[in-house]
Design a protein around this ligand. Structure first.
Ligand code: PRX
Length: 650
């Protein structure tokens, strides 16, 4: 399979971009033709129906497909023996596993039978809580094959977080494993599920894979072993599992993500548009060439793993490398060993990982060849120039383009990025929008900032700064938030009229390169993970002795952002350190270790306006140590509190 829609030159990019904006339906129809449909889109009128007020977004509605036929079956004719997934275990001494497309087909069909035997039907929600093992990808694909809606929950989330998600999605099925390896630790998974299920009696079945074989409880009638269920399928004979026919607009998955208010929301992606978009962006951004090894270091618990370990690469017939471990174990050369071992061509990782590896110096790079690398990529957070240059020089030996890919859980796939080696890269800039994407910068009042409309394909020669919106739909965008469409409208489509609001601030240089500067809402980006300040505050406030708290982000050398919590206690703690530990433990229980504040400062009050609103701007400045720039504090209810907080700054 070649990719006729792979852009090859800068001039072609400009031309394709222009065409995609002038006639989006024709543009996406031409791309959609390269997929395997049961009922294919034939005319431009079948491509898109939309309005951003409701919002209503439908791509290829009425057309039929199953995404797994695109990710697996269609490669069987020419690529049956091509590796689809390569799995590198946590422990380098253990054996890797390689699944060809043929083997992947077999395993996905087998597990789809298991799901069916256990009562799963089209439209049912399946929560998947696993480590980075090949069976995670198999579970995801089998779920898609049977037409169920998967909701993968990252292995770092707590039982309470899982319960919240299970309840919200009304998920009756769970796929998990005994435990996972993570560096020199073993992480329990099934026992966390057991705790979550104390609140979720509606769950009918838990399928448990054995991996590290740590002891787990198994409840008769509810819990079954993955391996036993597979054995039953083996005795049934025919291993093939005909894929369920799905409408392009049927939901494919839910992925929960944090916003500025309340509990995480279930972002819903659908089958047809998501498939077309992840494939198109994978092929173009990374300029994937058949036979290459693509190594995305993300966890499948996040959108990056969904789109660029599973669906994008597999729909393109690529070889996708999946890694169970962490970059620093057994030593900080782990990524580079993997690159050399498999002769990886494309490495896609997060700036946090790069910064933490940089901190080890040149030692871990000694003796590593890294000559197979052709393209490097980053995702999830802004990359600072120092890390960019280190990546470029030390890892790419000055020869590999770096794609700085800006996108979100909600966008499904990459939105702004250079195309490797085709359009120019620029340190710390995501650069140009992908074809079909119409970014627009607006000021706080929703006024479009002059010169931001790039729809002509000509870049205005102006430097501008604003809030990043998108003014036209793209196939990979979210359709709703599960069970609460109004929340979707309020979050993304109500801040600015007739635009999707990203929540990000953005700068554009005179050459039209976009640089994302970070969130402008109350969402933190810690090590590339999105965490709502309100979520962390709610968790802290659950601690018995806490009266009130306020959480802000501050610059952190490795994590990008750290979490700073200002906390009012009911009574002064006699042992502040112990109280801090208790609060951290509470947050870990309620959300997960990823949401633990880096700093907790006990205060006697918070800076509030006369109407009782916390002035986060002031707290942010204090956390950032910008105390000279606190601004006007005279309008506060109690201006004196600011001095106290500044004095006690950690
Ligand atoms: O703030 C942006 C940042 O990550 C947010 C999206 O987080 P999430 O939905 O978890 O998805 C992460 C993986 C796609 C964005 O709103 N972000 C993502 N990529 C970049 C980025 N910030 C700067 N540069 C990027 N390349």
């Amino acid at each position: 399979m070649s990719y006729p829609y792979q852009i090859k030159t800068l001039a072609q990019y400009h031309q394709v971009y222009r065409e995609s904006i002038e006639n989006p339906s024709k543009f996406w129809l031409d791309i959609a033709r390269h997929f395997k449909w049961r009922k294919q889109p034939e005319t431009t009128s079948e491509v898109l129906t939309w309005n951003f007020e409701q919002p209503l977004i439908e791509w290829f509605k009425g057309c039929k497909l199953n995404i797994t036929e695109n990710c697996i079956d269609r490669h069987l004719e020419h690529d049956a023996n091509t590796p689809a997934l390569i799995w590198e275990p946590n422990d380098p001494e253990e054996h890797q596993r390689i699944l060809t497309y043929k083997e992947l087909h077999f395993k996905v069909c087998q597990f789809a039978h298991v799901l069916k035997n256990n009562g799963v039907k089209k439209g049912d929600r399946i929560c998947i809580y696993m480590g980075m093992v090949p069976e995670l990808a198999i579970a995801v694909l089998a779920s898609a094959r049977i037409g169920a809606i998967h909701s993968v929950v990252f292995g770092g989330f707590s039982a309470q977080s899982i319960a919240d998600r299970l309840i919200d999605a009304q998920a009756e099925f769970i796929i998990t494993q005994d435990g996972a390896y993570r560096g020199n630790k073993e992480i329990p998974l099934k026992s966390v599920i057991d705790d979550a299920l104390l609140q979720c009696s509606f769950v009918k079945r838990v399928i448990v894979l054995t991996h590290n074989r740590m002891p787990v409880s198994m409840i008769k009638g509810r819990d079954v072993w993955w391996e036993n269920e597979i054995k039953k399928v083996e005795t049934q004979g025919n291993p093939d599992f005909p894929a369920e026919e799905m409408d392009a607009e049927d939901p494919l998955f839910i992925l929960y993500t944090s916003g500025s208010t309340g509990k995480p929301k279930g972002v819903v992606h659908t089958c047809g548009g998501y498939m077309v978009y992840t494939n198109y962006t994978f092929v173009n951004v990374f300029q994937y060439q058949k036979g290459e090894i693509h190594f995305c270091t993300a966890d499948i618990g996040w959108i990056t793993g969904h789109s660029y370990i599973v669906y994008g690469p597999l729909s393109a017939g690529a070889t996708s490398l999946m890694f169970e471990g962490i970059p620093t174990w057994p030593d900080a050369g782990r990524f580079w060993d993997i690159v050399d071992k498999y002769r990886v061509n494309i490495l896609y990782t997060a700036p946090t990982a790069l910064r933490s590896l940089m901190a080890f110096g040149n030692g871990p790079l000694q003796g590593k060849e890294l000559t197979s690398l052709r393209v490097l990529g980053t995702v999830g957070e802004p990359i600072n120039e120092e890390a960019w240059h280190w990546y470029h020089e030390k890892i790419g030996k000055g020869k590999c383009p770096i794609v700085d890919t800006w996108w979100q859980t909600e966008t499904g796939g990459i939105m702004i990025s250079n195309l490797a080696g085709v359009t120019p890269h620029k340190p710390a800039h995501a650069t140009y929008p992908l074809p079909g994407i119409q970014p627009i910068l607006v000021d706080e009042n929703g006024h479009v900032i002059a010169g931001t409309d790039a729809s002509t394909g000509e870049w205005p020669k102006e430097v501008v700064n604003g809030n990043l919106c998108v003014k036209f739909p793209w196939p990979g965008m979210l359709r709703t938030t599960f069970g609460d469409h109004e929340r979707c409208r309020l979050n993304y489509f109500s801040t600015y009229q007739e635009m999707y609001f990203t929540g990000d601030g953005c700068f554009r240089d005179k050459d039209g390169n976009y640089r994302i500067t970070g969130r402008v809402d109350d969402v933190l980006n810690v090590s590339g993970h999105r965490i709502g300040t309100a979520e962390v505050e709610n968790a802290i406030n659950m601690y018995t002795d806490v009266v009130e708290s306020a959480v802000v982000g501050y610059p952190h050398d490795i994590k990008g952002q750290g979490i700073y919590a200002f906390v009012i206690l009911q009574q002064t703690s006699e042992n502040q350190d112990l109280t801090r530990q208790d609060i951290l433990q509470t947050v870990t229980r309620l959300i997960g270790a990823i949401a633990k504040p880096d700093k907790i400062q006990f205060v006697s009050g918070l800076p509030k306006t006369r109407s009782g609103k916390i002035m986060r701007r002031i707290l942010r400045k204090i956390a950032e140590n910008e105390i000279q720039h606190l601004g006007d504090t005279t309008t506060l209810l109690d201006p004196g509190i600011v001095d106290e907080i500044v004095k006690g700054r950690l």
